[in-house]
Ligand binder design. Sequence first.
Ligand code: ADP
Ligand code: MG
Length: 625
Amino acid sequence: MEKIQFKAESKRLLDMMINSIYSNREIFLRELISNASDAIDKIYYKALTDDALTFDKDSYYIKIEPDKENRTLKIIDTGIGMTREELENNLGTIAKSGSLAFKNENEIKDGHDIIGQFGVGFYSAFMVSDEITVITKALGSDEAYKWKSKGADGYTIEPCEKDTVGTEIILKIKENTEDEKYDEYLEEYRLKAIIKKHSDFIRYPIKMEVTQSRLKEGSETEYEEYKEEKTINSMVPIWRKNKNELTDEDYENFYQEKHYGFDKPIKHVHIKADGTIRYNAILFIPEKMPFDYYTKEFEKGLELYSNGVLIMEKCPDLLPDYFSFVKGMVDSEDLSLNISREMLQQDRQLKLIAKNIKNKIKKELENLIKNDREKYETFYESFGRQLKFGVYNNFGQDKDVLKNLLMFYSSKEKKLVTLDEYVSRMAEDQKYIYYATGETNEKIEKLPQTELVAEKGYEILYFTDDVDEFAIKMLMSYKDKEFKSVSSGDLGIDEEKEKQTESVEKENKDLFAYMKDVLSGKVKDVKASKRLKTHPVCLTAGGDVSIEMEKVLNAMPNNQNIKADKILEVNVNHEVFQSLKTAFEQDKEKVKLYTNLLYNQALLIEGLPISDPVEFTNDICKVMV
Ligand code: ADP
Ligand code: MG
C-alpha cells in the first residue's frame, strides 16, 4: 500500500516526539482523551440544531482498554468520527502549524518547550508508541477507514469495517528500555491515576475495566478478583468543586490540561458568584509572557461555558485589554447555549461578569503587591507595560483602576516602587512627584537635568519605557501630587536661587539673545539654568511635548513630525559661562563656535542625533588649536 508522507512541519514535530527527551510522557493520554471529548462535543452541538439527531447522554462515552498481552492501549470514543478527507487533513498535518514558525531551531531541538507550550495533541502518542492505528467512522457516513503510522516515514489509509460511529485509537506501546518503563501505560492503577490527574473533569464518562475483589460465593473469608467496568473520572468540572477540596496542584494541572500556558501560573483565582449573577470562574495570572504576546497573532479572552458546555474558546469581551494576559474560564447558568457572537457582546449578564472579573483581578494584583512583592515584580516585568498602556488608552478611562498597580524604578531605593510608596515618603517641602526619562536607568542617573532635584534629596522615578511618560501625563497626579519632569521649566524648588539666576540672565541678556540667534530654528530659547550644578548645559522642553516624547512619536509610522519646544539651558555658575562672556566682549565668532559646540553636546547627552557630525568635530579641533 502506498505510504503518504507527512507535511514537512509535522514530520519535524514527529521526530521530536519519537526522540523526545521530554519526561512528562503521561500527557499523551490527556491529549487523546481531550480529542475524544471534543469529538463527542461535536455531536452534542449538532444535536442542538439538528432535529433528526438526539443526544442520548448514556450512549456517549470514552473507553480505555489496556491489553498487556498484545502490548496495546485502546482509546475508544463514540464521537463524531472522521471521513477519509478529515483523517488526511487532521492527522497528516499538525493543527497549529503556525506555532512552529515562531520557534528557533534550538528550541525545536530540545522539544521540551514546544511540547509544554502547545501540548501538540495527537502526535504526543508517539512518545509512548511504536505504531498508531486509528479506526474511524464519521457521523452520516457508511464507510470506515483505518489510518496507520509507525512515525516519521509516513502513514497509510485504507477502508475497513466498523459498525458504530466514532473513533478507536490503538497504540502499540513501546518496549521497555533501560531508562524508560513503558509498561506502566498498560497498568490499570497507573492509567487510573493519569486519568484522575489530568482528565477528571471531562464531561463524558471515561470508562475502564478495573479489577475488583469480592467474597467467593459460599465463603466468608476467601476473596476472588473480577473485572468490572467503572467510570474513572468524577465528571464534575473543577470549577464546580469546593475551593477547600482543591489543592494548588489541582489548579496547576487544570492550567496545563487546558493549554492556558507553558509556565506555572503566579496566581489562581477561583470565583463562585451566586448573587444577582451566578457564575463560576477560574482565572490564572501567568508568570511568563507568551511568546506571541506582543504580536498580532495573540488573542485575549477567556473560555466561556454555558452550564458546563463550552460555547466560546476565547471570549474577548470578558477581559479589558490591559488584563489580556489573564487566562481561564467562566461558566454561567444564566447564559443561553445558542447565543451568537453579536448577541453576546450586548449581553447584560456578560457585561456584569466582565466587570466583576476586572475588579477581582485588580484586587488580586493589589494583594500580591502587599503579600508577595517578589512574585508581583516577576509578573510586572512581563506585563507591566500592558498596565501602563491601560492607563493611557481610551483617554485614561481606566486609569483609576490601574494606578495602584504601577511601579517605577526609584533613584533612592534602586528598585521598583509604587506611587503610593513614593508619595508616602515625600519630603515635607516637596511639591511634586519627580521623574526623569531616558533609555536605561544608568543613562538617566547621569542626566544633568536630575542634578538639582537629586541634590535636594528628592526621590526621582526613572521612566525607561516608551509608554511611561504618556501614561503619567494621562494620570496627571497621584494622591493630589502632580507629576513633574526633572526637565520641566518650573521645578518648584529653591526660590532664592531662582531669583539669582534670573538676575544673571538679565545682566547678560544680550549674550543670551545672541546665542538664541545662532541657534535659531534649532531651539526655542536659550536660558540661564536653575537646575544644573556641575554640567555646563542641558536641553529641556518648554511645552507639553517632552524630548523623550518627541523621540517616541517620531519613531512611530506616519508620524506627524511633532517636535518638542527645546530650550538650551546654560549653567551660569560654570567656568564655560565665563568663557562665553569674555568671548562676547572680544570675538563674536568665538561665541558662535562655543554655542554650536554646547548645543551639540546637549544633543548627545539627550541621545539625540547631531545634524552635522563633521562640522562638530571640526569645531572641536578649532577650539584645540
Ligand atoms: P487539536 O485537538 O488541538 O485540534 P490534535 O492534534 O489533538 O489537535 O488533533 C488534530 C485533529 O484531529 C483534531 O482537531 C480533530 O479534528 C481530529 N481528531 C483527533 N482525534 C479525534 C477523535 N478521537 N475523533 C475525531 N476527530 C479527532
Ligand atoms: Mg487535541
